[in-house]
Design a protein around this ligand. Sequence first.
Ligand code: PLP
Length: 520
Amino acid sequence: MPDRTLFSERLSEAMARAGLKQADLIHIASQRGKKLGKSQVSQYVSGKTVPRRNVVALLADILAVDEDWLADGAATPAAHAPAAQPAPAARATARSVAAATPASSHQATSQRSTPMRQFTKSAKLDNVLYDVRGPVADEAARMEAEGLRILKLNIGNPAPFGFRTPDEVVTDMRQQLPECEGYSDSKGLFSARKAIMQYAQLKHIPNVSMDGIYTGNGVSELIQLCMNALLDTGDEILIPSPDYPLWTACATLAGGTPVHYVCDEEAEWNPDLADLESKITSNTKAIVIINPNNPTGAVYPREVLEQIVEIARKHQLMIFSDEIYDRLCMDGIKHVSIASLAPDLPCVTFSGLSKSHMIAGYRIGWMILSGNKRCMRDFIYGINMLSNMRLCSNVPAQSIVQTALGGYQSVERYVEPGGRIYEQREYVYKALNEIPGITAVKPKAAFYIFPKMDVERFNITDDEQFALDLLHEKRILITRGGGFNWNKPDHFRIVYLPRMEVLREALTDLADFFAHYRQA
Ligand code: PLP
């Protein structure tokens, strides 16, 4: 079987050389009476899958390159390639020879026949899925490079949509920059951790001490760190479906087995507790909750959290709670940290400033250990080790945690009636539900909505194909439900951060698309 990454590189190189785009391949194939799907080609180009041999032969023929070279990078120069354009392997070799010595043409010729060793990605990545920036996003980038304007409703990054960082945060960082040149303590600056500790107190999280608070380059880094510290091969961890896919990816990369429990759309997307408990085995080590939730916008009520705690208590599980959207609740909902209900259990609570302070690019998040720390002594040893190994998180960003967490919270304006996030949610929720065949539960927090499509009405069997079709027809980029470890092709996620006029245009286009769409 050819190597995936390299196949995609060779394919891209041959396409560039032939001046052909993905759409051209599909078109030429169909002229020859062969069918190539858009999603199929996009997956080959992105390296997500490799084609069967007969498809390789077709592609090689269209691109006028040697089939064996395209299939497995065999050193044979491209048979059909123009003489002036040596095959990529030969070119690479020639380039490296030229760089090493002002070689004679004899040397260059003899080097050209030596096949270059192939560098493959680690097998650890084989089952890792991170589709939020996956093949459909790659296709959008390709279209943009061609000069097309794409409306991106796919990434929860507030700054590009006009959400500004509070001035005080920027001013304070500027002022402190000269003192941020060195590494900090590996867990973070005292001032930052003190502010986080006070924040934990306000959220009634019990048994928190300064040495149980760690800053990270975003919550992302800390999720990875915890999964690496906790999981051995065969260890299971319960993760919601749909999820924020980094959790599943990091658990998998760490060698653990993510086991997905269902969140129930009929019950406001709250976790299905019977399903959750039924999935616990003797190998289960922990439960992850994402509250408020990405992608559904759910906020779990206290009663649901209490029942999750009860299950964790009964089965002796750790609790990981990703609460990065806790300051973006709407409708007067007060967020409850699950750790505040579990003083006797080992808990890790994650949050940060990427969303609440619109500084996703500064990279600052944290985690708070609480509750029963005695039983996680060895795990703590592990996270200390990993935390030391990465030296420390971004120090300039740590320097403004105190400023950001104290005093007036400008984000509150966005999530109350009249505020941008609130009003945009109201509009998107209503407009989606007015589209025949689409239904959506109203999000209570964050800035995502996870609508359901009537798959029979639209004949949808492949959500990636749906996302590509929408992209090609309307130039709107969304993320398919499968990207959130949702195992049916019937959902997608919209980020409703763009301004109202842009959302209006997008929702009008979406309604127009669904008025006629039937998946081929
Ligand atoms: N957790 C959830 C649920 C998220 O949605 C995101 C980003 O979208 C993150 C964590 C990553 O946050 P950070 O920017 O702090 O790495």
